[in-house]
Design a protein around this ligand. Structure first.
Ligand SMILES: O=C(O)c1ccc[n+]([C@@H]2O[C@H](COP(=O)([O-])O)[C@@H](O)[C@H]2O)c1
Ligand SMILES: Cc1cc2nc[nH]c2cc1C
Length: 346
């Protein structure tokens, strides 16, 4: 299709009975660790049933600008994307605070903000352009850019994998990107745009109406081009959405856990699943966003988000806050005594 494929092994269910019995024999009433038991099972399937250990967890924030922002779909101008990227670099954003708190190493990737930040240390340059084209008028990018973005993302994931990372979390920053994500949602889930478009950064009712109209227009303009996931990305996507999609697929290819943040990251997850459904088994959903549509995306993906805190910030915040829960699931699976270890009979 695009000359780029992802070779992802389906999650193995071979040891499910053994994993379940190990969980059931821990010193607790059956099922008493609830959702953590479900999570432990997934971790054991992905990282191995004997002693699955999360190592060198990394959180990547993918930043890019969107041509559609100039049509007035956000509370903020595109320049705020760059300003927030500088805030990430200086350690002052919510995601910096949460990463420090939970022990995630944070990396900021410029996938195509308006202007390159020359001479600023600490930004990974994976630029695909200076923001996408406005999707209500033309394709966001070429198919060549989609391919290049996926290859760049794969190389970055390979870099982290080589350094011993087996859990990658994905977040984003990009003024206007809830419009792009809503268009992708409407397209993949075959839904009315009105049910997919939400308030993003907190727009008023009139802006919401314009945003809905622009999404409808985008879907109409590209109607005949949306048959496959790569074209969906080219027509409706963003540079950060393309690279998150590629990163998810590349991480699953390497047997890593993939932790997904909010509405925009989940739009990328839906595209990734369309490209290769085997990726789904590696995905953990950190948080259900307050953005309209996210709840339905979760249902579509049969996802069980670990947290619901009514956040709608992005940046990877919902994925970061989920890390202690993921570590708790691996921790109880590895370290809790069984009934026979503890000499308890019930
Ligand atoms: O992740 C979410 O669920 C989410 C929901 C609403 C807004 N955001 C963030 O807000 C920005 C996009 O909002 P907007 O209104 O500019 O489309 C972008 O930087 C996202 O990280 C993120
Ligand atoms: C201030 C601000 C911070 C953000 N973080 C993610 N998206 C954002 C959008 C705005 C406007």
């Amino acid at each position: 299709m695009l000359g780029i494929g992802f070779d992802i092994a389906p999650i193995s269910h071979e040891f499910d009975d053994e994993i379940q019995s190990r969980i059931d024999n821990k010193t607790k009433p059956l099922g008493a660790l609830g959702e953590l038991e479900f999570l432990a099972k997934q971790i054991a399937r992905v990282l191995g049933k004997d002693k699955p250990k999360i190592s060198n967890p990394k959180l990547l924030v993918f930043a890019a600008d969107h041509g559609i922002a100039a049509a007035g779909v956000s509370i903020a101008p595109s320049e705020v994307t760059t300003q927030m990227v500088m805030n990430f670099i200086n350690g002052g954003a919510a995601i910096n605070v949460f990463c420090r708190q939970v022990g995630f190493e944070l990396e900021v990737i410029d996938c195509g903000i308006l202007q390159p930040l020359e001479g600023v240390e600490g930004i990974i340059d994976q630029r695909l352009g200076a923001g996408t084209a406005p999707i209500h008028r033309q394709a966001a990018m070429t198919l060549g850019a989609v391919k290049q973005g996926m290859e760049m993302a794969r190389a970055r994931i390979e870099h982290h994998h080589q350094l011993g990372c087996n859990l990658i979390a994905l977040g984003e920053m990009g003024i206007g990107n809830t419009t792009s994500a809503a268009a992708i949602m409407a397209c993949i889930m075959e839904m009315d745009s009105i049910d997919c478009v939400g308030r993003g950064t907190g727009i008023d009712a009139a802006t919401l109406k314009r945003k809905q109209m622009l999404v409808e227009q985008a879907l109409h303009v590209h109607e005949s081009e949306l048959a496959d996931p790569f074209n969906i990305l080219a027509c409706l996507g963003g540079f950060e959405i393309v690279q998150m999609t590629g990163a998810m697929l590349a991480a699953a290819e390497r047997g890593m856990l993939v932790v997904i943040d909010g509405f925009i990251a989940t739009a990328a997850a839906m595209v990734a699943v369309k490209i290769n459904p085997n990726v789904r088994g590696y995905m953990i959903f950190g948080h259900q966003s307050d953005e309209r549509g996210h709840c339905l995306m979760m249902e579509h993906l049969h996802a069980r988000p670990l947290l619901k805190l009514d956040m709608r910030l992005g940046e990877g915040t919902g994925a970061a806050l989920a890390l202690p829960m993921i570590q708790a699931a691996a921790g109880f699976y590895n370290e809790m005594a069984s009934f026979s270890d503890a000499g308890i009979e019930i």
